[in-house]
Design a protein around this ligand. Structure first.
Ligand SMILES: O=C[C@H](O)[C@H](O)COP(=O)(O)O
Ligand SMILES: C=C(OP(=O)(O)O)C(=O)O
Length: 370
């Protein structure tokens, strides 16, 4: 056999979506929970519910024990803050890479390049079900168009990443997803592609797809009425300042789209430095206090411990609760910042004590890990 001529070197069967769903079915209570979460998320994005969405959690999931530990803490805090915030846990199972690197738990659950995708799907569904059982809505980035067949019934908010916002396949997919989907601006800061993506995803589409039994189908998706933009910065520049927000509002207005903006305080908005996520958050809080009503969601990359770590060859060397992808803020800082946003929301539109904001801006309000 001439290996060089082969493009596909190997094929392995994987568990089917129906089999996985049968193995990890949702209880009637879970189905009702997810429906309730989705409605709350959509109501916030549409300005019907005046709270703020807070999509927080690790850059990626690699250890389900640590993920559940985090989820339990967040669920506890969510109960305290729910009058003004709706925390949704980032449970990111697929990682889009700039070039190469570990592509997430779904692709390589053993973190060793063995890429046991069936195992990844099983672990992921079990985890999403457990987090839902804690009463916490789940947020995922959807990278593979096949993933929603396996996990879509457990997701309450979805993201299309900066590297895929311009992809027609992802826009079509979002048009048929039963939960609100945010589109990131491009890695170079391009906002136009995110606004175009929202327009496209809100529109009905017919496209080639696969059903839960693995049959090829031509599907008609009705359009996602809750698609929105996510600002994540780019090209060495943050895009959460009032002038950036005004620019997006104008673009949304011209396109006849709902004024719903999510601000991701991480990624290029923090220059890849987890400790700088609070700069974006405080700038957003100032705008909320000043009466901004288009920012309806904030995002933070946060885990149990601060920073990140490379994936070691000897996995016993992995540090518990530390990200293996982007750097995250730790739990203590996360709790502090969410309480800060919660306090801000009490002052939304009526102005917040300038001193409080200024002190936070100057770093005088210290976060435990800083
Ligand atoms: O969110 C995580 C990363 O920013 C994204 O997956 C790109 O990572 P990379 O540039 O390290 O490949
Ligand atoms: C990859 C991510 O973000 P972005 O697409 O903005 O780089 C992410 O949120 O994990």
């Amino acid at each position: 056999m001439n290996i060089k001529k082969l493009i596909i070197h190997d094929r392995k069967p994987v568990i089917g979506p129906d089999d996985l769903r049968r193995r990890f079915p949702l209880s009637g209570e879970d189905v009702a929970r997810v429906a309730h979460f989705r409605k709350q998320v959509a109501d916030i994005l549409n300005g019907v519910d005046g709270r703020l969405l807070a999509v927080v959690g690790p850059c990626s999931i690699h250890d389900t024990r640590a993920a559940l530990d985090y989820a339990e803490r967040l669920a506890g805090l969510a109960g305290e803050l729910e009058d003004r915030l709706l925390p949704v846990m980032r449970v990111y199972l697929e990682k889009p890479r700039t070039a190469t690197g570990w592509k997430g738990l779904l692709n390589d659950p053993d973190l060793d390049g063995s890429c046991r995708i069936s195992k990844g799907l099983v672990i992921a569904r079990d985890l999403l079900r457990s987090i839902t059982g804690l009463g916490l809505p789940v947020a995922c980035e959807i990278l593979s168009p096949f993933t929603p067949l396996y996990l879509g019934d457990l997701i309450s908010w979805g993201a299309i990443g900066a590297r895929t916002t311009e992809s027609q396949i992802h826009r079509e997919m979002a048009s048929g997803l039963p939960f609100p989907v945010g589109f990131k601006n491009g890695t170079d800061g391009n906002l136009r592609i995110a606004v175009d993506a929202v327009r496209a995803a809100r529109y009905p589409h017919r496209f080639l797809s696969v059903d839960k039994n693995g049959r090829y189908t031509s599907v008609m998706a009705g359009g996602n009425a809750d698609a929105h933009v996510i600002l994540r910065g780019g090209n060495g520049r943050s895009n959460y300042f009032p002038e950036d927000i005004r620019k997006v509002e104008e673009m949304l207005d011209k396109a006849g789209l709902t004024q719903a903006i999510a601000v991701d305080c991480s990624h290029a908005n923090s220059g890849g430095d987890h400790q700088r996520q609070q700069e974006g958050l405080v700038t957003v809080c100032r705008q909320l206090a000043d009466g901004n009503s288009s920012i309806r969601c904030i995002m933070l990359e946060s885990f149990l411990e601060a920073g990140n770590q490379p994936i070691p060859t000897d996995l016993s060397q992995l540090r518990y609760g530390v990200s293996v992808t982007d750097k995250c803020i730790d739990w203590t800082t996360t709790e502090y910042l969410l309480r800060y946003v919660h306090r801000t929301m009490a002052c939304r539109g009526v102005g917040m004590a300038q001193t409080d904001l200024e002190r936070a801006h100057n770093g005088d309000i210290r976060c435990a890990a800083m």
